[in-house]
Design a protein around this ligand. Sequence first.
Ligand SMILES: [Zn+2]
Length: 285
Amino acid sequence: MKWDEMRQSQNVEDVRGSRRVGGGTVAGGLGLGGIIIAVIASLLFGLDPSQVIGTMSGGAPAQQQGQSAPINDQDAAFVRAVLGDTEDVWNSVFQKQVGQAYRAPKLVLFSGATPGACGTAQTAAGPFYCPVDEKIYLDMAFFQAISAAAGPDADFARAYAISHEVGHHIQNVLGIMGQVQDLQRRSDEVTGNALSVRLELQADCFAGVWGNSTAKRGYVSNTDLTAALNTASQIGDDYLQKRSRGYSSPETWTHGSSAQRVKWYKQGLSTGDIRQCDTFSVQNP
Ligand SMILES: [Zn+2]
């Protein structure tokens, strides 16, 4: 993936090294949250968990209070490049397909934990989008572990994680997220989960729309795209539930099955058209 040719975003807030919030760090620099993330990362990329945990402990030193954040390192440059490229692509897509200007999200790079409008962001939560402050929260230990253990092949899979969160921002800007949250407040749990699945699948489709543009411009290869689809096929609720407890209950799904995630990512990837990402009007997404 030729990310070093992408424009670097100015919307990354690097708060690594600022004062920690709460505890959670054990000897060796890796808290329980970090271990959970390491195990998830291992699942995603077929790696040995102990290798990833070792990399996270050694590669992401525990933050000391007052220590300044490392600047201009490769991982931060990667995040700035991917976010910058999503800004360029979504600017153009909004102009052509929505008829309004795109409002870009901020991305907070943190380590350990950081306060935010949606509560304290922690490594255990994985990357997430907060609609209140319109920020994506991303823990760098996770990214460093993936790249150190899986190498450059993991780049597009890491980019997929960012572009999925950007997808949630698009839903927020378009008012879809607010509508879904209103509906969820008035629904029972099973209906609420089904709405959550449609929301997540749409974010996957939007991530694919960005992928469509990167592929057209020659920034990603077929190998990169296969890696991203492989990631999508390993983060479906059925796959993760079966893997963790031996069976899967569709009514508890909140992100969709692996097949659904691959299908909607491909839908965005092949069309580059957000109108093809309407996961809400189809009967079976
Ligand atoms: Zn999501």
